[in-house]
Design a protein around this ligand. Structure first.
Ligand code: GDP
Ligand code: MG
Length: 368
């Protein structure tokens, strides 16, 4: 709340200015019509006139964008977003590549040509979005910012190698994020493949296969021989259907920055996963302290896109600076972007100053 003049106070209370001035005089305050009064004085005057004064909640954080509550009837089904996780060399990249190639229809000749950190495939008339980022890092970076990027985690375990340290790490990440796991037991073509051993090991870590009375789907696959891929995709859609994933496509867009880098010719290039609303060319956008206007959007096939709806990944141009992966991106009013970005920068400075201050104090104490 800004400064309050005698005139404002009179208006708020529905009294004559002269009445207020008189009351102030009785309180020993000589005031004119445009004079400012402090909160305490105003409260005393108001209460004298029998007006109850309520304390107002402090203003919302000006660095935050006000969240829109989407009414249930505005929610429409959206494709699942899947992250592939697992131990190094167990076949994450191979699996992502095979899925990418398998589900390219004839009309999409040329297939997925761009690496934009995420892609969407169509399978039996359903879409599935895959995040093609180093699983764990993406997960942690995004979770640090309180963002949730993934609906379903596919945990890849090599059938000849079994559960390894990063397998357990992945299980923990998915569990603490509350994301359901589907296990892909990969490298089934290998002579040493032992899926039962993998299941046994996973059970010891609380991941029990369905056929043993648990609730985790485990699909044997071979990325190398393109075996079991349909089965895996069908199961992803099955799990997604049960989850009833929905979002409101008709509101201002909100999403998450999957990747971003500076391109010499094109400036800041940023892959965004739209999570709510629809992102359009021309929209004013804000991610962390970076803002801009969407100049162009392309999909993973390098095709121009005018509108990106929930669960769709797009590469966008138009940020004035490079935002960080994991940052939440909002489409905002033209006049909001810069103001909020500047407030965020100021807030960051204060926090940096405070933390550097603390270190200095610690240093001093350490020297005593
Ligand atoms: P990542 O580290 O999890 O991304 O694993 P990669 O996809 O890079 O695979 C590691 C190695 O395993 C590569 O040499 C792949 O060719 C091989 N590989 C991946 N999937 C299979 C598979 O299904 N069968 C066999 N025999 N080898 C595989
Ligand atoms: Mg890899």
């Amino acid at each position: 709340s800004g400064p309050l003049s005698v005139k404002d106070l009179a208006e708020k209370m529905g009294r004559e200015v002269s009445e207020i001035i008189k009351k102030l005089m009785l309180l020993g305050v000589m005031a004119t019509i445009n004079q400012e009064v402090d909160v305490d004085t105003a409260t005393v005057v108001a209460e004298d006139f029998g007006v109850e004064v309520v304390e107002v909640e402090p203003d919302e954080d000006p660095t935050e964008i006000q969240e829109i509550e989407d009414a249930p009837e505005t929610l429409k089904p959206r494709p699942p977003v899947v992250t592939i996780m697992g131990h190094v060399d167990h076949g994450k990249t191979s699996l992502l590549d095979v899925i990418r190639q398998t589900n390219v229809t004839a009309s999409e000749a040329g297939g997925i040509t761009q690496h934009i950190g995420a892609y969407q495939v169509r399978y039996n008339d359903n879409k599935i979005t895959f995040l093609d980022t180093p699983g764990h890092e993406a997960f942690t970076a995004m979770r640090l910012r309180g963002a949730k990027s993934t609906d379903i985690a596919v945990l890849v375990v090599a059938a000849d190698d079994g559960v390894m340290p990063q397998t357990i790490e992945a299980i923990n990440h998915a569990k603490s994020a509350g994301v359901p796991i589907i296990v892909a037991i990969n490298k089934m073509d290998k002579p040493g493949a032992n899926p039962d051993h993998v299941k046994q090991q996973l059970s010891e870590h609380g991941i029990m296969p369905e056929e043993w009375g648990g609730d985790t789907i485990m699909v044997p696959v071979s990325a190398k021989q393109r075996m079991g891929i349909d089965d895996l995709l069908e199961n992803i859609l099955l799990v997604a259907e049960v989850m009833e994933l929905k979002a409101n496509p008709n509101r201002r867009a909100q999403g998450i920055v999957i990747e971003a880098q500076l391109d010499k010719g094109r400036g800041a290039v940023c892959t965004v996963l739209v999570q709510k609303g629809s992102l359009r060319v021309g929209d004013t956008i804000l991610a962390g302290t970076c803002y801009g206007k969407v100049r162009a959007m392309t999909n993973e096939r390098g095709e121009k896109v005018k509108v990106a709806r929930p669960s769709m990944p797009v590469e966008i141009l138009g940020f004035s600076e490079v935002p960080q992966a994991g940052e939440i991106i909002d489409s905002v009013e033209d006049n909001e972007a810069r103001t909020i970005a500047e407030k965020r920068i100021a807030k960051q400075r204060v926090q940096e100053l405070q933390s550097s201050h603390k270190i200095t104090l610690d240093d001093i104490f350490n020297q005593i």
